[in-house]
Write a protein that binds this ligand. Structure first.
Ligand SMILES: [Zn+2]
Length: 183
């Protein structure tokens, strides 16, 4: 059997996704819930069922086996699952569908991001200065400056494909420290 398209996999899982409270028009990783903002969102409330289903082919999610091929898992939508590349890397190789789905329940991209951010803030000694950090994040002008500086860092990086959390926090730290000397 040829591997079905992402849309086909989505179609088979629609009811399950619905029960989990996932909006079909806002594609995200089925494990961690990571989504891509407006880029793949279907805003149009008049969108047809076909449009919504088709849209899942465009999302940067990977088709993953619940039971891997080496354990006899088939390329059938019931054994396939859409996940981001990070979750695909981390997912358990198991013969148990239940174990896989239990693992899925425990993934949370945004909680992880919060924890990583907290760690990076600590690394730069900013964890005690959360009020100042928050003040920067709500100040539009400062936020723009911050993003520009991160962009600069990104271009210098090898490949420059990803803005890391630590580079954002590093710029934030620079900003806060230079602000201190202004006073
Ligand atoms: Zn994920």
């Amino acid at each position: 059997m040829a591997t079905p398209s992402k849309s086909k996999v989505f179609e088979d899982w629609m009811e399950w996704l619905n029960r989990r409270g996932l909006d079909w028009g806002e594609p995200c990783c089925w494990a961690c819930g990571r989504h891509w903002g407006e880029k793949y969102c279907i805003d149009n409330p008049q969108a047809s069922r076909e449009e919504i289903i088709d849209n899942w082919n465009n999302v940067p999610l990977q088709i993953c086996h619940i039971i891997p091929r080496q354990f006899g898992g088939e390329d059938d939508p019931i054994n396939l699952f859409l996940m981001c590349s990070d979750c695909h890397d981390k997912a358990p190789n198991t013969r148990s569908r239940e174990a896989f789905l239990e693992w899925v329940e425990k993934q949370d991209y945004y909680a992880d991001l919060g924890e990583r951010l907290e760690r990076e803030l600590k690394n730069f000694g900013l964890d005690a200065r959360l009020e100042e950090v928050n003040a920067i994040m709500v100040d539009e002008q400062l936020k723009k400056e911050l993003l520009r500086s991160v962009g600069l860092h990104m271009n210098q990086a090898r490949g420059g494909s990803q803005i890391t959390l630590s580079s954002i926090v590093a710029v934030l730290a620079e900003k806060l420290n230079s602000k201190l000397t202004e006073y």
